[in-house]
Design a protein around this ligand. Sequence first.
Ligand code: NAP
Length: 320
Amino acid sequence: MTAVIDRLALIGVGLIGGSIARAAREYGAAREIVATARSAETRKRVAELGIADRVVETNAEAARDADLVIVCIPVGASGPVAAEIAGSLKQGAIVSDVGSVKAAVLNDMAPHIPNGVHLIPAHPVAGTENSGPDSGFAELFVNRWCILTPPVGADAAAVEKLGAFWSALGANVEVMTAEHHDMVLAITSHLPHLIAYTIVGTAEEFSTVSRSEVLKFSAGGFRDFTRIAASDPTMWRDVFLHNKDAVLEMLAQFSEDLAKLTRAMRRGDGETLFDHFTRTRAIRRGIVQIGQDSAAPDFGRPHQAKPGAPLPRPYAADDE
Ligand code: NAP
Protein backbone atom coordinates (compact mmCIF):
# COMPACT_ATOMS: atom_id res chain seq x y z
CA MET A 1 0.00 0.00 0.00
CA THR A 2 1.28 3.49 -0.80
CA ALA A 3 1.53 5.65 2.32
CA VAL A 4 -1.11 8.41 2.51
CA ILE A 5 1.46 10.76 4.03
CA ASP A 6 5.11 11.04 3.13
CA ARG A 7 6.54 12.65 6.28
CA LEU A 8 4.44 12.70 9.46
CA ALA A 9 5.49 14.89 12.40
CA LEU A 10 4.06 14.17 15.85
CA ILE A 11 4.39 16.88 18.46
CA GLY A 12 3.64 15.27 21.82
CA VAL A 13 3.89 11.50 22.22
CA GLY A 14 1.53 10.41 24.97
CA LEU A 15 -1.42 8.05 24.70
CA ILE A 16 -2.73 9.61 21.49
CA GLY A 17 0.55 10.59 19.81
CA GLY A 18 2.02 7.21 20.78
CA SER A 19 -0.98 5.39 19.33
CA ILE A 20 -0.85 7.40 16.08
CA ALA A 21 2.87 6.58 15.71
CA ARG A 22 2.27 2.86 16.23
CA ALA A 23 -0.82 2.75 14.00
CA ALA A 24 0.76 4.83 11.20
CA ARG A 25 3.64 2.39 11.05
CA GLU A 26 1.61 -0.78 11.48
CA TYR A 27 -0.93 0.17 8.81
CA GLY A 28 1.59 1.87 6.50
CA ALA A 29 -0.15 5.27 6.65
CA ALA A 30 3.08 7.33 6.70
CA ARG A 31 6.42 6.72 5.03
CA GLU A 32 8.45 8.46 7.72
CA ILE A 33 7.55 9.42 11.30
CA VAL A 34 9.38 12.23 13.10
CA ALA A 35 8.46 12.81 16.73
CA THR A 36 9.19 15.17 19.57
CA ALA A 37 7.91 15.74 23.09
CA ARG A 38 8.25 18.50 25.66
CA SER A 39 10.50 16.67 28.13
CA ALA A 40 13.85 15.00 27.50
CA GLU A 41 12.52 12.04 29.48
CA THR A 42 9.61 11.41 27.08
CA ARG A 43 11.83 11.92 24.01
CA LYS A 44 14.25 9.35 25.42
CA ARG A 45 11.44 6.89 26.07
CA VAL A 46 10.02 7.35 22.54
CA ALA A 47 13.48 6.63 21.10
CA GLU A 48 13.76 3.50 23.28
CA LEU A 49 10.33 2.28 22.19
CA GLY A 50 11.37 2.78 18.56
CA ILE A 51 7.90 3.95 17.52
CA ALA A 52 9.23 6.86 15.39
CA ASP A 53 11.92 6.88 12.71
CA ARG A 54 13.50 10.00 14.24
CA VAL A 55 13.10 11.71 17.59
CA VAL A 56 14.12 15.37 17.52
CA GLU A 57 14.66 17.99 20.23
CA THR A 58 12.32 20.82 19.25
CA ASN A 59 8.82 21.31 17.88
CA ALA A 60 10.16 23.49 15.05
CA GLU A 61 12.64 20.80 14.03
CA ALA A 62 9.91 18.15 13.99
CA ALA A 63 7.61 20.28 11.81
CA ARG A 64 10.30 21.11 9.24
CA ASP A 65 9.44 19.64 5.80
CA ALA A 66 6.63 17.53 7.23
CA ASP A 67 3.60 16.88 5.03
CA LEU A 68 1.33 16.39 8.02
CA VAL A 69 2.01 17.80 11.49
CA ILE A 70 -0.24 16.47 14.28
CA VAL A 71 -0.09 18.30 17.60
CA CYS A 72 -0.94 15.74 20.34
CA ILE A 73 -0.74 17.80 23.53
CA PRO A 74 -3.20 19.28 26.06
CA VAL A 75 -5.47 21.78 24.29
CA GLY A 76 -4.27 24.73 26.40
CA ALA A 77 -0.79 24.41 24.87
CA SER A 78 -1.91 24.42 21.20
CA GLY A 79 -1.53 28.17 20.58
CA PRO A 80 2.07 28.53 21.82
CA VAL A 81 3.10 25.36 19.95
CA ALA A 82 1.54 26.67 16.70
CA ALA A 83 3.60 29.86 17.16
CA GLU A 84 6.77 27.77 17.61
CA ILE A 85 6.30 25.68 14.46
CA ALA A 86 4.95 28.44 12.17
CA GLY A 87 8.37 29.36 10.75
CA SER A 88 9.29 25.83 9.71
CA LEU A 89 6.07 24.70 8.03
CA LYS A 90 6.41 23.99 4.33
CA GLN A 91 3.92 25.23 1.73
CA GLY A 92 1.05 22.79 1.24
CA ALA A 93 1.59 21.09 4.62
CA ILE A 94 -1.39 20.10 6.74
CA VAL A 95 -1.39 21.03 10.43
CA SER A 96 -3.81 19.16 12.65
CA ASP A 97 -4.33 18.22 16.28
CA VAL A 98 -6.20 15.65 18.38
CA GLY A 99 -7.62 17.89 21.11
CA SER A 100 -10.92 17.04 22.78
CA VAL A 101 -12.11 20.65 22.30
CA LYS A 102 -12.17 22.21 18.84
CA ALA A 103 -13.34 25.85 18.68
CA ALA A 104 -10.74 27.07 21.20
CA VAL A 105 -7.96 25.13 19.45
CA LEU A 106 -8.93 26.59 16.09
CA ASN A 107 -8.98 30.13 17.54
CA ASP A 108 -5.64 29.66 19.29
CA MET A 109 -3.77 28.01 16.40
CA ALA A 110 -5.18 29.75 13.32
CA PRO A 111 -3.49 33.17 13.83
CA HIS A 112 -0.05 31.51 13.67
CA ILE A 113 -0.55 29.33 10.58
CA PRO A 114 1.07 30.83 7.45
CA ASN A 115 -0.79 31.24 4.14
CA GLY A 116 -0.46 28.14 2.00
CA VAL A 117 -0.50 25.81 5.03
CA HIS A 118 -3.78 23.99 5.77
CA LEU A 119 -5.01 24.00 9.36
CA ILE A 120 -7.55 21.20 9.86
CA PRO A 121 -8.23 20.36 13.51
CA ALA A 122 -9.39 16.84 14.35
CA HIS A 123 -10.50 14.77 17.33
CA PRO A 124 -10.18 11.00 17.43
CA VAL A 125 -13.03 9.97 19.75
CA ALA A 126 -11.04 7.15 21.27
CA GLY A 127 -8.92 6.91 24.35
CA THR A 128 -8.29 5.35 27.72
CA GLU A 129 -7.62 6.76 31.18
CA ASN A 130 -3.87 6.12 30.72
CA SER A 131 -1.19 8.62 29.69
CA GLY A 132 2.34 8.68 28.32
CA PRO A 133 4.12 7.04 25.38
CA ASP A 134 3.98 3.52 26.88
CA SER A 135 0.17 3.60 27.04
CA GLY A 136 -0.35 3.94 23.26
CA PHE A 137 -1.35 1.03 21.02
CA ALA A 138 -1.88 0.65 17.28
CA GLU A 139 -5.51 -0.54 17.42
CA LEU A 140 -6.79 2.41 19.47
CA PHE A 141 -8.59 4.06 16.54
CA VAL A 142 -9.97 0.98 14.82
CA ASN A 143 -13.72 1.37 14.28
CA ARG A 144 -13.76 4.56 16.39
CA TRP A 145 -14.81 7.97 15.08
CA CYS A 146 -12.40 10.70 14.12
CA ILE A 147 -14.13 14.07 13.77
CA LEU A 148 -12.53 16.64 11.45
CA THR A 149 -13.49 20.28 12.02
CA PRO A 150 -12.15 22.24 9.03
CA PRO A 151 -12.59 26.02 9.24
CA VAL A 152 -14.81 27.75 6.66
CA GLY A 153 -13.05 27.82 3.29
CA ALA A 154 -10.62 24.99 4.12
CA ASP A 155 -8.95 23.29 1.16
CA ALA A 156 -11.12 20.29 0.19
CA ALA A 157 -8.16 18.19 -0.99
CA ALA A 158 -6.37 18.71 2.34
CA VAL A 159 -9.51 17.71 4.28
CA GLU A 160 -9.79 14.60 2.13
CA LYS A 161 -6.13 13.73 2.66
CA LEU A 162 -6.40 14.06 6.44
CA GLY A 163 -9.56 11.93 6.33
CA ALA A 164 -7.72 9.30 4.28
CA PHE A 165 -4.92 9.26 6.87
CA TRP A 166 -7.36 8.60 9.72
CA SER A 167 -9.19 5.98 7.64
CA ALA A 168 -5.85 4.24 7.12
CA LEU A 169 -5.51 4.04 10.92
CA GLY A 170 -8.88 2.25 11.00
CA ALA A 171 -11.06 5.19 12.07
CA ASN A 172 -14.44 6.21 10.68
CA VAL A 173 -14.28 9.85 9.64
CA GLU A 174 -16.96 12.50 10.15
CA VAL A 175 -16.78 16.22 9.32
CA MET A 176 -18.56 18.97 11.29
CA THR A 177 -17.99 22.51 12.51
CA ALA A 178 -15.84 23.06 15.59
CA GLU A 179 -18.80 24.62 17.44
CA HIS A 180 -21.06 21.66 16.76
CA HIS A 181 -18.31 19.24 17.80
CA ASP A 182 -17.97 21.05 21.13
CA MET A 183 -21.72 20.76 21.85
CA VAL A 184 -21.82 17.06 20.93
CA LEU A 185 -18.76 16.23 23.03
CA ALA A 186 -19.98 18.34 25.95
CA ILE A 187 -22.86 15.89 26.44
CA THR A 188 -21.22 12.65 25.31
CA SER A 189 -17.86 13.07 27.03
CA HIS A 190 -17.19 16.26 28.98
CA LEU A 191 -20.28 16.21 31.24
CA PRO A 192 -19.91 12.46 32.01
CA HIS A 193 -16.30 13.14 33.04
CA LEU A 194 -17.38 16.05 35.24
CA ILE A 195 -20.00 13.83 36.91
CA ALA A 196 -17.48 11.01 37.44
CA TYR A 197 -14.92 13.40 38.94
CA THR A 198 -17.66 14.71 41.25
CA ILE A 199 -19.00 11.35 42.43
CA VAL A 200 -15.59 9.89 43.14
CA GLY A 201 -14.68 13.04 45.09
CA THR A 202 -17.99 12.86 47.03
CA ALA A 203 -17.35 9.23 48.00
CA GLU A 204 -13.88 10.19 49.19
CA GLU A 205 -15.34 12.83 51.53
CA PHE A 206 -18.26 10.77 52.80
CA SER A 207 -17.69 10.04 56.49
CA THR A 208 -20.39 7.50 57.43
CA VAL A 209 -19.16 4.92 54.90
CA SER A 210 -15.53 3.98 55.31
CA ARG A 211 -13.05 4.29 52.48
CA SER A 212 -12.39 0.56 52.56
CA GLU A 213 -16.12 -0.14 52.16
CA VAL A 214 -16.30 2.19 49.14
CA LEU A 215 -13.47 0.25 47.51
CA LYS A 216 -14.71 -3.18 48.57
CA PHE A 217 -18.27 -2.75 47.25
CA SER A 218 -17.32 -0.62 44.23
CA ALA A 219 -18.71 -3.10 41.68
CA GLY A 220 -22.19 -1.72 42.53
CA GLY A 221 -21.58 1.08 39.99
CA PHE A 222 -18.93 3.28 41.61
CA ARG A 223 -16.10 1.32 39.97
CA ASP A 224 -17.16 2.39 36.46
CA PHE A 225 -16.98 6.04 37.51
CA THR A 226 -13.52 5.59 39.03
CA ARG A 227 -12.09 4.55 35.66
CA ILE A 228 -13.26 7.79 34.07
CA ALA A 229 -12.24 9.83 37.12
CA ALA A 230 -8.70 8.47 36.80
CA SER A 231 -8.26 10.34 33.48
CA ASP A 232 -5.36 12.73 33.04
CA PRO A 233 -5.78 15.83 35.26
CA THR A 234 -3.95 18.22 32.89
CA MET A 235 -5.92 17.14 29.86
CA TRP A 236 -9.26 17.43 31.64
CA ARG A 237 -8.47 20.73 33.34
CA ASP A 238 -7.84 22.11 29.84
CA VAL A 239 -11.02 20.56 28.42
CA PHE A 240 -13.22 22.22 31.06
CA LEU A 241 -11.45 25.57 30.75
CA HIS A 242 -11.70 25.56 26.94
CA ASN A 243 -15.20 24.17 26.42
CA LYS A 244 -16.71 26.07 29.32
CA ASP A 245 -19.81 27.47 27.58
CA ALA A 246 -21.03 24.20 26.08
CA VAL A 247 -20.39 22.23 29.29
CA LEU A 248 -22.16 24.85 31.42
CA GLU A 249 -25.15 24.73 29.07
CA MET A 250 -25.34 20.92 29.33
CA LEU A 251 -24.81 21.12 33.09
CA ALA A 252 -27.83 23.43 33.47
CA GLN A 253 -29.99 20.91 31.57
CA PHE A 254 -28.54 18.07 33.65
CA SER A 255 -29.32 19.88 36.91
CA GLU A 256 -32.95 20.34 35.82
CA ASP A 257 -33.26 16.64 34.96
CA LEU A 258 -31.65 15.65 38.26
CA ALA A 259 -34.15 17.87 40.09
CA LYS A 260 -37.00 16.08 38.26
CA LEU A 261 -35.76 12.66 39.37
CA THR A 262 -35.13 13.91 42.90
CA ARG A 263 -38.70 15.22 43.07
CA ALA A 264 -40.11 11.90 41.78
CA MET A 265 -38.15 10.01 44.42
CA ARG A 266 -39.24 12.32 47.20
CA ARG A 267 -42.92 12.04 46.15
CA GLY A 268 -42.75 8.26 45.72
CA ASP A 269 -43.54 8.69 42.01
CA GLY A 270 -42.34 5.28 40.79
CA GLU A 271 -43.88 5.71 37.35
CA THR A 272 -41.67 8.70 36.51
CA LEU A 273 -38.57 6.85 37.70
CA PHE A 274 -39.52 3.68 35.79
CA ASP A 275 -40.25 5.57 32.55
CA HIS A 276 -36.97 7.45 32.77
CA PHE A 277 -34.91 4.31 33.41
CA THR A 278 -36.67 2.54 30.53
CA ARG A 279 -35.67 5.34 28.14
CA THR A 280 -32.05 5.31 29.31
CA ARG A 281 -31.84 1.52 28.99
CA ALA A 282 -32.86 1.89 25.33
CA ILE A 283 -29.95 4.31 24.78
CA ARG A 284 -27.49 1.77 26.18
CA ARG A 285 -28.94 -0.93 23.91
CA GLY A 286 -28.66 1.42 20.93
CA ILE A 287 -24.94 1.96 21.65
CA VAL A 288 -24.36 -1.80 21.71
CA GLN A 289 -26.43 -2.25 18.54
CA ILE A 290 -24.26 0.16 16.51
CA GLY A 291 -21.11 -1.59 17.73
CA GLN A 292 -19.80 1.19 19.97
CA ASP A 293 -19.60 -1.19 22.95
CA SER A 294 -19.99 -4.84 23.81
CA ALA A 295 -23.06 -6.29 25.49
CA ALA A 296 -20.83 -8.52 27.63
CA PRO A 297 -21.30 -8.06 31.40
CA ASP A 298 -19.40 -5.25 33.14
CA PHE A 299 -19.12 -3.15 30.01
CA GLY A 300 -17.16 -5.86 28.22
CA ARG A 301 -14.51 -6.02 30.91
CA PRO A 302 -12.91 -9.46 30.82
CA HIS A 303 -13.27 -11.66 33.90
CA GLN A 304 -10.72 -13.94 35.47
CA ALA A 305 -10.94 -17.46 34.08
CA LYS A 306 -10.65 -18.74 37.68
CA PRO A 307 -9.69 -17.20 41.01
CA GLY A 308 -6.09 -16.01 41.00
CA ALA A 309 -5.73 -16.20 37.20
CA PRO A 310 -4.35 -13.09 35.51
CA LEU A 311 -6.82 -10.72 33.88
CA PRO A 312 -6.53 -10.38 30.11
CA ARG A 313 -5.69 -6.89 28.74
CA PRO A 314 -8.80 -4.71 28.43
CA TYR A 315 -10.33 -5.52 25.06
CA ALA A 316 -10.90 -2.01 23.89
CA ALA A 317 -10.66 1.61 24.75
CA ASP A 318 -13.49 3.90 25.65
CA ASP A 319 -14.42 7.01 23.78
CA GLU A 320 -13.19 10.15 25.43
P1 NAP B 1 -0.67 12.39 27.38
O1 NAP B 1 -0.59 10.92 27.28
O2 NAP B 1 -0.59 13.02 28.73
O3 NAP B 1 0.49 13.04 26.47
C1 NAP B 1 0.59 14.42 26.36
C2 NAP B 1 1.81 14.82 25.54
O4 NAP B 1 1.80 16.25 25.45
C3 NAP B 1 3.14 14.42 26.14
O5 NAP B 1 4.05 14.10 25.11
C4 NAP B 1 3.60 15.70 26.86
O6 NAP B 1 4.99 15.82 26.87
C5 NAP B 1 3.04 16.77 25.92
N1 NAP B 1 2.79 18.04 26.62
C6 NAP B 1 2.15 18.21 27.80
N2 NAP B 1 2.07 19.52 28.09
C7 NAP B 1 2.67 20.17 27.09
C8 NAP B 1 2.94 21.55 26.83
N3 NAP B 1 2.53 22.51 27.68
N4 NAP B 1 3.61 21.85 25.68
C9 NAP B 1 4.02 20.89 24.83
N5 NAP B 1 3.80 19.58 25.04
C10 NAP B 1 3.13 19.23 26.15
O7 NAP B 1 -2.01 12.98 26.72
P2 NAP B 1 -2.98 12.34 25.63
O8 NAP B 1 -4.00 11.49 26.32
O9 NAP B 1 -2.19 11.75 24.53
O10 NAP B 1 -3.75 13.64 25.17
C11 NAP B 1 -3.24 14.51 24.20
C12 NAP B 1 -4.38 15.25 23.53
O11 NAP B 1 -5.30 14.28 23.01
C13 NAP B 1 -5.18 16.15 24.46
O12 NAP B 1 -5.43 17.37 23.81
C14 NAP B 1 -6.49 15.42 24.63
O13 NAP B 1 -7.56 16.33 24.77
C15 NAP B 1 -6.61 14.63 23.35
N6 NAP B 1 -7.36 13.37 23.46
C16 NAP B 1 -7.16 12.55 24.51
C17 NAP B 1 -7.89 11.39 24.61
C18 NAP B 1 -7.71 10.47 25.79
O14 NAP B 1 -8.55 9.63 26.06
N7 NAP B 1 -6.62 10.56 26.52
C19 NAP B 1 -8.80 11.02 23.60
C20 NAP B 1 -8.94 11.86 22.50
C21 NAP B 1 -8.21 13.04 22.44
P3 NAP B 1 5.86 15.27 28.13
O15 NAP B 1 5.55 13.79 28.23
O16 NAP B 1 7.23 15.54 27.72
O17 NAP B 1 5.38 16.01 29.33
